[in-house]
Design a protein around this ligand. Sequence first.
Ligand SMILES: C[S@@+](CC[C@H](N)C(=O)[O-])C[C@H]1O[C@@H](n2cnc3c(N)ncnc32)[C@H](O)[C@@H]1O
Length: 280
Amino acid sequence: MESHSFFQSSSLDFNLFKGDCLTVIPKLDNNVDMVFADPPYFLSNDGLTVKNGKVQSVNKGQWDKLISDDDAYNFTYQWLSTVREKMADNATLWVSGTHHNIFTLGRILPELGFKILNVITWEKTNPPPNFSCRFFTHSTEFIIWARKYPKIPHYFDYDLMKRLNNDKQMKDVWRLPAIAKWEKSCGKHPTQKPMALLAQIILASTQKDALVLDPFAGSSTTGIASSVLGRRFIGIEQETEYLKLSQARYEDLQNEGRKDFFRQHFYRLLNKEDSNSLTL
Ligand SMILES: C[S@@+](CC[C@H](N)C(=O)[O-])C[C@H]1O[C@@H](n2cnc3c(N)ncnc32)[C@H](O)[C@@H]1O
């Protein structure tokens, strides 16, 4: 474990490990209460897209290169079974995807003994236009929520989700914008998730001090949201560049007023101008 450690906060509640999650996870000492995973979607096939009005390559990096269906199945099976070993019996797992990987995930999760609880549709309020004009604009991602065992109950803060949704039951369709510019103030990751998405996930499925694991941490959005909300975090990432970015984001968060800034942003997205009406 020591050999992989990249960064640990002085309060020991924010931990980054460098390496392949398949080899780092088995060495972790603790079982975790929740896992959020944003794995490679294997989308980098040299295609083109439009970003900020400019034609750009869809390629994200070597880690996202298109591989065969069999390889994608085997990789997904391996990391899910490795992660499952470190989950507490009542823990839950969230995995994000698009049509490229979501069906593989949907097949493997029950094979490994997970029970799927929901498939959240994240509707992006500001998606980039479709470049080819031969399809509908892609404007959604999916996030599968599953628990470790079919019969062991999981934690769900139903009341908080309802209060966040103007006292109506929260649906499995979440309308949230894609990542905003200010979220990249410490540097860029090509597939960085928005903080608000992670905040909602963490609040729905964990209690204060819960231990959250992200095996594909990237820029550690999961860790930053965990930290803002008083949860502990273990992130694993194989690229040094993204580990440095994660550390920079954590250090930025320690500046006065930063945590409040993030909370206020989340409230605004949920149209809760009066943040005193809700204590997170
Ligand atoms: C989709 S990105 C995650 C982005 C992250 N959710 C964020 O908000 O920044 C996936 C990340 O997993 C990393 N990765 C890919 N395969 C890995 C592996 N086997 N072990 C550890 N990290 C891996 C990649 O370098 C990439 O940064």
